[in-house]
Design a protein around this ligand. Structure first.
Ligand SMILES: Nc1ncnc2c1ncn2[C@@H]1O[C@H](COP(=O)(O)OP(=O)(O)OP(=O)(O)O)[C@@H](O)[C@H]1O
Ligand SMILES: [Mg+2]
Length: 376
């Protein structure tokens, strides 16, 4: 996993001054007695690409359905362009949704599918033609107007669905895992396409995925959700480099989360692993007590020369240029993952004795999570 770096889609400074396009204020959502979203607050700026990232069942689709109006919040408000739309029915909201599995009308061709909503709205024929062609150009499907849905590839189908959503010129486009049904190669191509369509259309995107790679590569900002709550909101770089909870650290990029204890010793704070050995950490600003030390797998140096934490290789997975090592580290008490260059792994086999170290500044120390189990 490499540093995703700054996102190319937009300049965050420009966006922070852009007007608010979509705002959620303390939105909770229930299915019957079960609360699936807990007081979500979020401000999406005009033209921003914001991604909701979280594991299956955390409430991503429910949040999109609430923004589009198909679900009503039990508390809180939804504002579009500073206007309260909480009570506005779905068809009157300036938003459109793109679903995971694209569905087109089989009896209509591409043109007919894209034009459908505009015809229903009673637009003039010339206006419809010009808007349909503009959308087709945007998704690069010009020339395929006469195809039926069974004559399109998966990627093309997804583009038609995008064109059909964009032709309505929504203020906000809601995308629910639109790439998950595609195979890896097409998915990577479509990631690039989506970024381009976002840039060229200027439409605000609220995108849903459980794939951290997709979220990191496409978004201006990422909202990490867990069990119906916001865990962290930040740029891809912030989410990856400075996770504020061990959930975010391990969900995004699969960082190691190592239990430590912070103690006050002779006026200075130290962190120690479960066996009492000192843990390399940056300056400690947490109170004494249990804490989590987060260290990314690519930050861990693995050496066959004694020094640092003693470990044993328990599994090795070749990933081409690098190798993922699983290590048993008695001092730490949990299995540690290290991604090392293939050249470093050349002398290792399962069972090899090695020593681990990392730059103290590369880790981050987090307060232990309140570990109340989610009952709702
Ligand atoms: N119609 C429904 N009635 C009752 N519970 C529901 C309904 N739809 C979803 N849920 C529950 O609400 C929670 C959130 O579901 P949601 O579909 O929003 O999750 P998600 O993050 O989109 O998951 P996935 O990544 O699997 O699509 C889950 O626990 C789910 O079982
Ligand atoms: Mg979903």
């Amino acid at each position: 996993m490499s540093d995703p770096g700054p996102t190319p889609t937009a300049t965050p400074e420009a966006q922070l001054t852009a007007p608010s396009q979509l705002r959620l204020e303390g939105v909770s959502v229930r299915y019957g007695e079960t609360t699936v979203l807990h007081e979500i607050s979020l401000d999406v700026r005009e033209g921003e690409f914001v991604t909701l990232l979280g594991p299956s069942g955390c409430g991503k689709t429910s949040l999109l359905r609430t923004v589009s109006g198909f679900l009503s919040p039990s508390t809180g408000r939804i504002l579009l362009r500073e206007e309260d739309v909480t009570a506005v029915p779905p068809h009157k909201r300036p938003v459109n949704m793109v679903f995971q599995r694209p569905t087109l009308f089989p009896h209509l061709d591409v043109y007919g599918n894209i034009a459908f909503g505009l015809r229903l709205a009673g637009l003039k024929k010339e206006e419809i033609a010009s808007r349909v062609h503009e959308s087709l150009r945007l998704v690069r499907l010009t020339g395929l107007e006469d195809r039926r849905s069974n004559e399109l590839s998966g990627g093309q189908l997804q583009r038609v669905v995008m064109a059909r959503a964009l032709v309505n010129r929504p203020d906000v486009l809601l995308l629910d895992e639109p790439l998950s049904a595609l195979d890896l190669k097409v998915r990577l191509q479509m990631e690039e396409e989506l970024r381009r369509v976002h840039r060229e259309s200027g439409v605000t995107f609220l995108y849903v995925t459980h794939d951290q790679g997709e979220a990191l590569s496409m978004s201006d900002r990422i909202v990490v959700l867990e069990a119906g709550r916001v865990e962290q909101i930040g740029s891809p770089n912030e989410i990856y480099q400075r996770p504020t909870s061990s959930f975010v650290a391990s969900f995004v990029g699969g960082a190691n989360v190592l239990p430590v204890t912070v103690a006050e010793e002779a006026g200075a704070r130290t962190a120690r692993f479960v066996d009492g050995s000192p843990a390399p950490t940056p300056a400690i600003d947490l109170p004494p007590g249990p804490a989590n030390l987060v260290v990314r797998s690519e930050e861990i140096e693995v050496s066959t020369i004694a020094g640092g934490l003693a470990a044993t290789v328990v599994d090795m997975a070749y990933r081409g240029a690098w190798v993922a090592l699983h290590l048993d580290v008695p001092a730490v008490g949990v299995e540690v993952r290290a991604d090392v260059p293939a050249r470093t792994a050349r002398n290792l086999t399962v069972g090899s004795a090695v020593w681990l170290s990392w730059d103290a500044e590369a880790g981050s120390l987090l307060a232990p999570e309140d570990s109340t189990p989610e009952t709702a």
